[in-house]
Design a protein around this ligand. Structure first.
Ligand SMILES: [Fe+2]
Ligand SMILES: [Fe+2]
Length: 160
């Protein structure tokens, strides 16, 4: 991992971006009929996203609660509720992908259903990204010293 001269939590937006790229690759494979590859991209995406959300819940949100004067749109409860919705979507879409995985010819309709659920999921991820971009990450940056940020960022299991 590269060491950053000025460690910031805001840099985690780069990780969100990488996750979005992985999801886009998964979707491209799904529409091109490479179901097996689409499923393995999804598994990689899901595993990283789950660990990232767990990192936030175990390490970042407790510090945020302690250090920051939390504004209305950025409460810990809101972040936890969005993480719950994200996990529910991950489980639902994994179920849909599992159904088509073993089929020799899944049919366009099933693929469209999956893409449409993924579209709803992407809208949720976008909202969540905005909330972390506007509240969690910058306010934590403002409430911590550089050395502390570096240490905390190094403890995250998924980072860029
Ligand atoms: Fe999050
Ligand atoms: Fe995040």
């Amino acid at each position: 991992m590269m060491t950053q001269p000025e460690p910031t939590f805001l840099s985690l937006l780069g990780l969100h971006h990488e996750l979005n790229d992985l999801l886009a690759r998964h979707q491209a494979k799904l529409v091109s009929g490479a179901i097996g590859k689409a499923v393995s991209d999804w598994a990689e995406f899901m595993a990283a996203l789950i660990v990232h959300a767990d990192d936030e819940e175990q390490l970042l949100l407790p510090l945020y609660q302690k250090r920051v004067t939390i504004p209305r749109g950025g409460t810990v409860d809101l972040f936890l509720a969005e993480h719950r919705k994200i996990r529910a979507f991950l489980a639902e879409i994994s179920g849909l992908l599992n159904e088509v995985k073993g089929m020799p010819e899944p049919g366009a309709h099933r693929i469209i259903v999956i893409l449409e659920r993924e579209y709803e999921f992407k809208k949720l991820l976008e909202h969540h990204d905005m909330r972390e971009k506007n509240f969690l990450y910058p306010l934590l940056d403002g409430g911590t010293a550089a050395a502390e940020r570096r240490k905390m960022l190094s403890r995250l299991r998924v980072s860029i």
